[in-house]
Design a protein around this ligand. Structure first.
Ligand code: PLZ
Length: 454
């Protein structure tokens, strides 16, 4: 009996857990304590800050969220791709705790400390490209985008910034202008930063173009409408996150990089959602064989602590004059200690391989689901960044109501799922790398049930 169990057991997980890695629903969802807290939220927190699933968290570990009513949710969102190596991962917690008692704030631009340097060195080693690189650390993804644009403008002496349709780059004034979707991100919040141009990208499911065709279309708009001579930077998510996990057609991104290089335009890869081991590589750029001039990291870089980075060619990064970059909390020592632990865990636990394992286990399950349910128009993604796009069967007409129905059903079953997409019709999966193959099968079964009930 023991032998049989050993034979059928899944390969050992590299993680150790403090919470049982299982779903457990013990109250209605949201439970009574969550409902009570939500009344306080409605009274005290600005309406603009909405909550997708108003269950209030008590703690979390690995791939499991525990709410104040004792319900346990299998987390397929990881706080939108933040707790990639798992919630409260032991090495991250230990590193942060230790740092807390030593130095919580130094203000690097006044009195520096080593951990900032170490994070910059790790980023230079793990971002694509074998050349001298430099880094600035800040607090959020949007701030990373802002700094990349500042640096590219200073380096090139040019004014314009281009982004791709369906992109998401943040909620600050400049990054709202760089984000495609007006509702909910920008409407009513203008006027916006000028000199930002959104140009068509590559969305194979909807445009049917090859990489070369899509790149020709993008470049034509850049040349005719923006003008290469005025363009400082092209900012691109190698796999668009909020836009719906579109994997660009083969050759698309490399054609854009080549055009940027030929025209003195800084190519910025916004890898805030696609980076830090999510796709089975440190950065998704690697899957497309591209070497960006600047790479942006945030979200997963510090295991849940706020940290973001702009890393790029030394000669571009050094265009900003001394004192031109910074910020009070940028590169906070506790966040840096956590980031160092994240890099270490990715290496020692072989987490790039875990992201590839998740793709190998999950992708066939999603393909089988698509074969059964014609409402699934496409299955796409790389590594632990997978999605399905839902349409009215036989068409490409978006079916966002189906996504909402699946998410609502899954929440009742203790599975947290996230939507995405300009049309709100994409179900995206970005679980922590601690999810097991059994979890993936469980999630698929729940989505199958929800689809059957549509
Ligand atoms: N660039 C590619 O995915 C953050 C934000 C969701 P911040 N995406 C999730 C929301 O509703 O706020 C993101 C991203 C890409 C930039 C950002 C911005 O990162 O850390 O949220 O500022």
């Amino acid at each position: 009996m023991t032998d049989m169990l050993a034979e059928t057991a899944a390969p050992a997980s590299p993680f150790t857990f403090t919470v049982a890695q299982e779903r457990r629903i013990v109250t209605e969802i949201p439970g009574p304590k969550s409902r009570e807290l939500h009344q306080r939220k409605l009274a005290a927190v600005a309406n603009g800050v909405s909550t997708a699933l108003p269950v209030y968290l008590s703690h979390a570990n690995g791939a499991i969220l525990v709410d104040v009513d004792g319900n346990q949710f299998l987390d397929f969102g990881a706080g939108i791709g933040v707790t990639t190596i798992g919630h409260t991962e032991a090495a991250v917690v230990e590193a942060a705790e230790k740092q807390l008692g030593l130095l919580t704030h130094g203000m690097f631009t006044i009195t520096p400390y080593e951990s900032y340097l170490r994070v910059a060195e790790l980023l230079a080693a793990h971002t694509p490209g074998d050349f001298a690189k430099k880094t600035v650390l800040i607090n959020s993804g949007a701030e990373a985008v802002e700094n990349a644009v500042k640096i590219a403008r200073k380096h090139t002496g040019r004014r314009a910034v281009a982004v791709l349709d369906h992109s998401y780059h943040g909620r600050t004034n400049l990054t709202m202008a760089m984000t495609y979707k007006a509702n909910p991100y920008s409407f009513g919040f203008g006027p916006f930063a000028p000199d930002v141009y959104s140009v068509p990208g590559s969305y194979p499911f909807r445009d049917g173009l090859t990489g070369a065709e899509a790149a020709t279309r993008t470049i034509e708009v850049l040349e005719k409408h923006v003008g290469a001579a005025d363009l400082a930077a092209l900012v691109v998510e190698p796999i668009q996150g909020e836009g719906g996990f579109m994997v660009p057609a083969d050759g698309y991104l490399s054609a854009l990089v080549d055009w940027c290089t030929a025209n003195g335009v800084v190519f910025v890869a916004d890898e805030i959602q696609s980076g830090m081991a999510r796709t089975g590589a440190y950065y998704a750029s690697e899957h497309f064989g591209i070497v960006p001039d600047i790479v942006l990291s945030a979200k997963g870089i510090a295991g849940g602590l706020p940290l973001a980075a702009v890393t790029g060619r030394a000669e571009i990064m050094d265009a900003a004059h001394a004192g031109g970059l910074g910020g009070t909390f940028g590169g906070n020592p506790v966040a840096c200690a956590a980031a160092i632990a994240v890099f270490d865990e990715i290496e020692t636990k072989g987490l790039l391989g875990e992201a590839r394992r998740i793709e190998a286990a999950f992708r066939p399950l999603l393909e089988a689901l698509a074969a059964k349910h014609p409402v699934i128009g496409e299955v796409r993604g790389i590594g632990a960044m997978q999605a399905i796009e839902l349409v009215h069967p036989g068409t490409t007409t978006p079916y966002p109501e189906a996504v909402s129905a699946i998410i609502a059903y899954a929440a009742q079953q203790g599975l947290l799922l996230l939507s995405a997409g300009t049309f709100g019709n994409v179900l995206r999966f970005l679980p922590s790398l601690a999810v097991t193959d059994a979890h993936l099968a469980e999630a698929t079964a729940i989505i199958d049930e929800a689809l059957a009930a549509l």
